[in-house]
Design a protein around this ligand. Structure first.
Ligand code: PEP
Length: 257
């Protein structure tokens, strides 16, 4: 068993306004009050408009739930209408920022180059990126899921120093399993997560690769999380739909209980 602390992160996508966010995080905090956060780390990734409310709640109640953004601009400031920068997220004490979620790649044309710039922007401001990678259905059917995903890892990590790369979180999210109810088998998840870890050892070194947390994401629920988490290279989950139901998310976080 590895000594990597699993990270269970809820990606709310474009759901829950700031008042709903407060109610949701309060429910999580109550249900997880006895939780030992040294054995499982818990994070939420709300929409930007909720971050200040979540910060106030987390700081005020000394909650151990962490939070982060669903995206981060590659730029620090300037004429980039609609974007939110690393300095702004750092001011809100975000621990994490997702980079390259498949919905950003699909609807906002985010390339591996853009992801690389966003990963670097996150580190520049002390924020840990959760880099999302994974193949679409056609690529999976063609049996190219491993090389496709590794190329995304290579692109996003280009010229990233080892001191930064060692703390990155990588979420393997096969696009065909996101929001579809079509969960990858634990073996599918392990195959790609272990290939990612091997690639990290090639790009950096084995010690670094052994430190990096690699999550699985794609229709994770309370009913399937334990089998996925039993795989040696899976260090947590990125949870979309099921993270909007506080009871379900709590059950996922408590997969070991
Ligand atoms: C996601 O949005 O990252 C995700 C994995 O969604 P879902 O759990 O709904 O498939």
């Amino acid at each position: 068993m590895s000594d990597r602390t699993p990270l269970m992160a809820g990606n709310w996508k474009m759901n829950l306004n700031h008042l709903e966010a407060i109610a949701h995080v309060q429910k999580l905090a109550f249900a997880l009050a006895d939780k030992d956060y040294d054995t499982v780390e818990v994070a939420v990734l709300p929409p930007f408009t909720d971050l200040r409310s979540v910060q106030t709640l987390v700081d005020g109640d000394k909650l151990k739930i962490k939070y982060g953004a669903q995206d981060i601009s590659a730029h620090d400031s300037g004429a980039y209408t609609g974007e939110i920068s690393g300095p702004m997220l750092a001011k809100l004490k975000c621990t994490y920022a997702a980079v390259g979620h498949s919905e950003r790649r699909q609807y906002h044309g985010e390339t591996d180059q853009v992801c690389n710039a966003k990963v670097k922007a996150a580190y520049k401001h002390g924020i840990t990126p959760i880099l999302c990678v994974g193949e679409g259905l056609e690529v999976r059917k063609a049996g190219q899921h491993v090389p496709h995903t590794l190329a995304q890892v290579d692109g996003a990590l280009e010229d990233l120093p080892a001191e930064q790369a060692e703390s990155i979180v990588i979420a393997y999210e096969p696009v065909w399993a996101i929001g579809t109810g079509e969960v990858a088998t634990p073996e599918d998840a392990q195959e790609v997560c272990s290939a990612i870890r091997k690639r990290l050892a090639e790009l950096y070194n084995k010690d670094l690769a052994d430190k990096v947390r690699i999550q699985y994401g794609g229709s994770v629920k309370a009913a399937n999380v334990a089998a996925i988490m039993a795989k040696p290279d899976v260090d947590g989950a990125l949870i979309g739909g099921a993270a909007l139901d506080a009871d379900e998310f709590v059950k996922i976080v408590r997969f070991r209980d």
